[in-house]
Design a protein around this ligand. Sequence first.
Ligand code: URA
Length: 281
Amino acid sequence: MEVRLQKLIAGTGLSSRRKAELLIASGRVSVNGKVVTELGTKVDPDRDHVKVDGKHLMSAQPFVYLMLNKPKNVMSTLDDPGGRTTVKDFLRGVSVRVFPVGRLDFDSEGLMLLTNNGELAQALLHPRYHVPKTYLIKVKGALNNEEIAHLERGVRLEDGMTSPAHVKKVRKVEANSWLEITIREGRKHQVKRMLEAIRHPVLKLVRVRMGPISLGNLEPGEFRFLTDREANSLRELVDERRALVERGEELVPTPKRPVRGEGWAKPGRSKKFSGKKEKVA
Ligand code: URA
């Protein structure tokens, strides 16, 4: 993800932003071997080689990205004044201070990204970047196609209409059912409120995907570092969205599409679902 050169220099703790501007203007900074004197120059801290007075700029701390499968009844914050278990309690052996990218409700489970790259975290959460988040949810009863179309078109909540969502039927379990819902907003308790509004309250909620990152088969309570490829895909997503917003071509949430699939998957037929069957049913 690109940042302004003076911001990168200041971010390493080498100097203040103002001092970094002076360093650049006076020709003491090079990028990939070329002296750069233009203040607005953008660089990618993970790819470009920046030197000040011929010395490599050392990042104050390398960026770290990881994912945790947050278990139920765990706070998605780092501290809890009430003394409840938090996501920090699961990051044994992680010496770098990383911050959760967004929240999950106390009783929700699933994918939480954590990083010390504050700029990337903010961008992933920025409402104008419309990063898709997918949740596997168990709801009371079974939705008919009209109810699914309603969710996909948008539901009126007390803080306004929701933007278009994608909904996939997964499986019926006795009187209840599992769905996968993808939204591009991040309002508080949004998925629960959307389902409440159509009278199918959520009984269980697991976040399974955020942008290009999938939870995969990480067990509840486990974490792992993202691969370089995964971290790059997050940076690329943010770069792409930022460029769109800067060009004024803001991504409009995908328009409604016809409800896909008339029926419910037969038990064991849904590949994605079957791996989680025992744990989530
Ligand atoms: N929507 C909700 O209602 N709860 C969550 O934890 C995440 C999304």
